[in-house]
Every structure is written in structure tokens, then in C-alpha cells.
Design a protein around this ligand. Structure first.
Ligand code: GLN
Length: 249
């Protein structure tokens, strides 16, 4: 193994006490482990609702999960105070991974039947909630990866994308951003935002490595790239899901 001891990545997990539906925090464990297996140090810092300040100092990767509308509103009101700092992180190519409720709050607003939550306006998107929940297994085609992205969605919000952002993937199975746009999630600079909950990164090792590589390349210009890992089991699981829902792997 190469000597990767000189590399370290700071991961900030925003509000795991509020936004952690379906165990979104497993994504943090996955990033930690895949760095550690390459001899790269991962420093994880949690920022919870008990903390009086949200400390983003030194962040390489910021992660925010999903949750109920109520929890989302609390998190959003706290993050609005850090809007400029979060925006500066994103605009300077910092990595930000946002899932479901976290995805919605990066946009201009999230409108439910009873309220309108002002978002952080980091992404050119907005979300309106619909009358039904979009609940499904999901398979996406993403031109960055040879393996389709697989996952699970459960959201009332329909997210509409503006010109400034691109979708993460094309929906091969499931609902995606609106149920009928044919696309799911967003990529903007080094932001990955998606409705796919729970073990997004354990199920999609190529996506996890893409995120890690982006963070390492930004921090260490000239970074030689990540050494491959044995993802045989993940590939088998991916093939099974793709053949089950799409019919071919
Ligand atoms: N509250 C949002 C919605 O229903 C997000 C839910 C979630 O994170 N699963 O659209």
C-alpha cells in the first residue's frame, strides 16, 4: 500500500440528532472506513442542535441527512445563520453531501401544505410538497459511474431544478426529483444532493470514492488518486438490485 499517512480529511456531520432518517449516519462510517482502508485519516466532527455554534472550520466534506418537515425546519433555521459560510465552502469546491430533507433545504425554499421554509439558496432548485409521498426503491444511471446508483426514496417534496445545476442521475426505476421529470438528485460543483436515504454510500462505493477523491484533490493538489478496494460484494448486491428492478445488470 502507498504511504497515505500525510493525508487527512475532515468530515462534518450536520445535525445527526435531528436529520438521521433510515440511518443516514452510516454514510459517515462508510467514508471513514474507505479512507482508513487506504491509510488516510478521517476526522469526523458532529454538530448537533445542542451546540451553540456550528463550527465549519477546516471542513473538507460536509454531510447533512434527511428527516421530517419539523426537524428540517429547526435545522434550516440554524443553518441560515451559516448560509454565507456554507455557500463559500461550496463555491470554493468544498464537498457537500445532502440527503432528502438536507437536499431540499439547500434550495430556494421548501413549501409544504402549511408552511414555506426558506432554504439556504445554495442550489438553483426549489421544492413544493405534493399530495402523495413518493416511496420506492430507486435505480439511477449516472454517466460518471459504471455501476448504476441504487437506493430508496421516501419524500413528499417535488424538487424542481433550475439552469444552474445538473441532475445526479437518470431514473431507471423509482420516482426521482418530481415523479415525472425522469431525473434524480443534483450535482453542482462538489455538491451531491439526492433523495436516496440510508446506506447511500455503502451501496454505491463508486459514488463514495468520487466524493472522497474530490475532497482529497481539492485539499492536496496533485493527489495521485485512490487505490482500488475489493468491492466484489457491493458489485454483486448492485447487480441483484438492478436486475430485480430494471431487468438487466
Ligand atoms: N420532509 C421531506 C419530505 O417529505 C423530507 C423527508 C425525508 O427526508 N425523508 O419531502
Amino acid at each position: 500500500m502507498r504511504d497515505n499517512g500525510k493525508y487527512e480529511i475532515n468530515i462534518i456531520h450536520l445535525f445527526p440528532d435531528l436529520l438521521n432518517l433510515y440511518g443516514d449516519r452510516g454514510n459517515i462510517a462508510c467514508m471513514e472506513k474507505r479512507l482508513e482502508w487506504r491509510g488516510i485519516t478521517a476526522n469526523v466532527r458532529q454538530c448537533t442542535n445542542k451546540d451553540s455554534d456550528i463550527d465549519l472550520t477546516g471542513a473538507d466534506i460536509i454531510f447533512v441527512g434527511g428527516g421530517s418537515d419539523r426537524e428540517q425546519e429547526i435545522v434550516c433555521s440554524r443553518l441560515l445563520k451559516k448560509k454565507d459560510e456554507l455557500k463559500a465552502h461550496v463555491e470554493s469546491d468544498g464537498v457537500l453531501v445532502a440527503v432528502c430533507g438536507g437536499y431540499q433545504l439547500l434550495g430556494k425554499y421548501y413549501k409544504t401544505a402549511s408552511t414555506k421554509i426558506d432554504g439556504l439558496d445554495i442550489l438553483d432548485i426549489y421544492t413544493d410538497s405534493g399530495d402523495t409521498r413518493l416511496i420506492s426503491n430507486v435505480v439511477l444511471e449516472c454517466d460518471k459511474f459504471s455501476m448504476p446508483i441504487v437506493g430508496f426514496e421516501n419524500h413528499a417534496g417535488r424538487t424542481y431544478l433550475g439552469e444552474g445545476v445538473s441532475p445526479l442521475g437518470k431514473v431507471l426505476f423509482g420516482n426521482g426529483n418530481t415523479g415525472d421529470s425522469g431525473y434524480e438528485g443534483v450535482i453542482y460543483k462538489n455538491v451531491i444532493a439526492t433523495y436516496l436515504h440510508g446506506p447511500l454510500l455503502p451501496k454505491n462505493p463508486q459514488l463514495c470514492d468520487y466524493i472522497l477523491k474530490r475532497a482529497l484533490e481539492r485539499k492536496y493538489p496533485g493527489f495521485e488518486g485512490l487505490e482500488p478496494l475489493d468491492d466484489g460484494l457491493e458489485e454483486l448486491a448492485n447487480k441483484y438490485i438492478v436486475s430485480k428492478y430494471v431487468g438487466k445488470a
